[in-house]
Design a protein around this ligand. Structure first.
Ligand SMILES: CC(C)(COP(=O)(O)OP(=O)(O)OC[C@H]1O[C@@H](n2cnc3c(N)ncnc32)[C@H](O)[C@@H]1O)[C@@H](O)C(=O)NCCC(=O)NCCS
Ligand SMILES: Nc1ncnc2c1ncn2[C@@H]1O[C@H](COP(=O)(O)OP(=O)(O)OP(=O)(O)O)[C@@H](O)[C@H]1O
Length: 200
């Protein structure tokens, strides 16, 4: 199992796309979180009880953009949302991992915060220089510089990630340069995985 992490808008989804194109199964923690907060799920009820019906869209689903704008401006609210979702995301991913036979990658910005690093043999992290991260985040999410910085500051810094990362992926260059790095890391991971299978 490989953990894929990195700051917001560093390029994890872009790396995941490269991996998927190479036939690797990727478990996307953001997508799993989105599924878990849909109406009918227990997290939905807890989110409604905690944050009120003001965060619902007309169709009754949670308005993630509105909820995101609120929680990223209010640390105590983010803490409450994390307490509802993180244990559920962790359990769902642990279940998915148990059902996976081949090499698999967990894409999660909050890999260690959710405790998913415990499932991983290696942790890859994507990084970009801070200003480039701000620029990509502002452009992708149509955020002001202030809001982009707030979201970045709600996460660990790359210096803090250094403690648990086994391999860094530099995403300050072109798509081709990114693909080359991912290809090399994947070769190494496939080899390690095949070796470990021989020992089982
Ligand atoms: C705040 C929410 C509603 C915003 O939804 P939205 O669709 O706009 O964003 P999305 O889920 O795609 O997340 C985008 C990025 O924001 C960052 N992010 C998301 N949640 C958090 C968080 N709790 N703390 C810090 N950064 C976060 C990550 O870099 C993530 O990749 C949503 O992110 C959420 O429910 N977050 C709590 C669950 C969580 O921690 N998910 C990430 C698991 S790794
Ligand atoms: N090498 C690159 N050159 C230019 N733009 C890039 C590059 N890699 C990624 N991007 C762009 O940067 C933005 C952030 O990338 P991406 O969505 O992959 O980040 P992420 O780490 O998955 O974000 P999140 O933490 O929000 O899930 C996207 O708009 C993406 O198209």
């Amino acid at each position: 199992m490989i953990g894929l992490t990195g700051g917001i808008a560093s390029g994890k989804s872009t790396v995941s796309e490269i991996l998927c194109a190479k036939g690797i199964r990727v478990l996307d923690a953001d997508a799993i979180g989105h599924e878990l907060m849909k109406s009918g799920r227990t997290a939905y009820e807890e989110i409604c009880d905690t944050f009120g019906k003001g965060f619902l869209m007309e169709n009754g689903e949670i308005d993630r953009k509105k909820l995101g704008a609120y929680v990223f401006s209010e640390p105590s609210a983010l803490k409450k949302l994390n307490a509802i979702l993180h244990p559920r995301i962790a359990s769902q991913i642990a279940r998915d991992v148990r059902q996976t036979k081949g090499l698999c990658v967990i894409d999660a910005a909050l890999l260690t915060e959710v405790g998913l690093d415990a499932l991983c043999d290696a942790v890859w992290a994507v990084r970009v220089p801070r200003e480039l991260q701000v620029k990509r985040l502002m452009e992708r999410n149509h955020l002001s510089r202030k809001d982009a910085l707030r979201r970045m500051e709600s996460q660990l810094s790359d210096a803090e990630r250094e403690k648990f990362v086994t391999d860094w992926i530099d995403n300050s260059g072109t798509a081709q340069q990114l693909e080359k790095q991912v290809g090399e890391l994947l070769k190494k991971a496939v080899k390690a995985w095949e070796e470990s299978r021989k020992l089982r």
